[in-house]
Design a protein around this ligand. Structure first.
Ligand SMILES: N[C@@H](CCC(=O)N[C@@H](CS)C(=O)NCC(=O)O)C(=O)O
Length: 214
C-alpha cells in the first residue's frame, strides 16, 4: 500500500531538516519503505481538506490505505511497529525504546521549542534579554541528565532505535544555539544519527524540495 506523507511546500528552515516531516522520512528510510510526499502551503494546511487529515492544521500527516495519522510520535511508532528495524524484539527493550520516544517528545522537546520560540518570536520584547538565559537553563537541565544517562554508549538502549531517531531529531533544533556543544557526548550522539545512510537520504529528500526553483 502506498504511503503518503505531507510536508511544507517551503519549509521555514529552508531545508535544514528541522521540519518534522524529516523525522518521518528518516523512519521510513530506516525500515526501507518507499513513500510519496504531498507538499502543502501554509494556507492549504488551514483548509478543510488538510484539517480532515490533521485537526490542528500542521504537517506531517501519514496516509496508508484507510489509515490517516498525525503527530510524529504516533506516526513513527506505527512505522516502527509494522516494519522491522526500529524497535528491539525483546518486549522490555521494546518498551524502553518507546519510552525514549516519549521522553524525546514530552521532556526534551518542549523546552527546546520554548527556546526557539523565545528567540524567533520574542526578541523584540523589552524583557527578552532577561528571559532568554532562564529559558536556556531549562534546556540545559534535561540535556545534562540525558548526557549522564547516555554515558559512553552510542545509543540510548543498546542498538539504534526509534527512541534514538526521535531524540536525535529533537536535539538537532539546538545546533544553531551552540547549546548542544556544551554537551560533547550529545553533540557526538547527534552526529552519529546524522551519519546514518537513512538519515542522509531523508535529509537530501527534504532539501531537494526546499532548494527547488520556482
Ligand atoms: N507535535 C506535532 C507538531 C507538528 C508541528 O508543529 N508541525 C509544524 C512543522 S514542523 C507545523 O506544521 N507548523 C505550521 C503551523 O503550525 O502552522 C508533531 O510532532 O507532529
Amino acid at each position: 500500500m502506498t504511503i503518503t506523507i505531507t510536508a511544507f511546500e517551503r519549509s521555514p528552515d529552508r531545508g535544514m531538516g528541522l521540519a518534522r516531516d524529516t523525522r518521518v522520512r528518516w523512519a521510513l528510510e530506516e525500515v526501507g519503505q518507499p513513500y510519496e510526499v504531498r507538499l502543502v502551503s501554509f494556507a492549504a494546511m488551514k483548509e478543510p481538506a488538510h484539517l480532515k487529515l490533521h485537526p490542528f492544521g500542521k504537517i506531517p500527516t501519514y496516509e496508508e490505505g484507510d489509515l490517516v495519522l498525525f503527530e510524529t510520535g504516533s506516526i513513527i511508532l506505527h512505522i516502527a511497529e509494522h516494519h522491522p528495524g526500529l524497535l528491539p524484539n525483546d518486549a522490555n527493550a521494546r518498551a524502553r525504546a518507546i519510552t525514549w520516544m516519549f521522553a524525546a517528545l514530552n521532556t526534551v522537546e518542549p523546552p527546546i521549542l520554548e527556546l526557539a520560540n523565545a528567540k524567533l518570536l520574542e526578541s523584540d520584547k523589552p524583557w527578552s534579554k532577561e528571559r532568554l538565559p532562564l529559558v536556556a537553563d531549562r534546556v540545559r537541565g534535561p540535556l545534562k541528565q540525558l548526557s549522564a544517562r547516555l554515558g559512553e554508549a552510542d545509543w540510548l538502549e543498546g542498538a539504534f532505535s526509534a527512541g534514538d531517531l526521535m531524540m536525535v531529531h529533537v536535539l538537532q533544533r539546538l545546533k544553531p544555539s551552540g547549546l548542544l556543544n556544551e554537551f560533547p557526548s550529545l553533540a557526538a550522539y547527534v552526529a552519529r544519527g546524522e551519519a546514518r545512510p537513512a538519515y542522509k537520504r531523508a535529509f537530501a529528500a527534504q532539501l531537494e524540495v526546499n532548494t527547488r526553483k520556482g
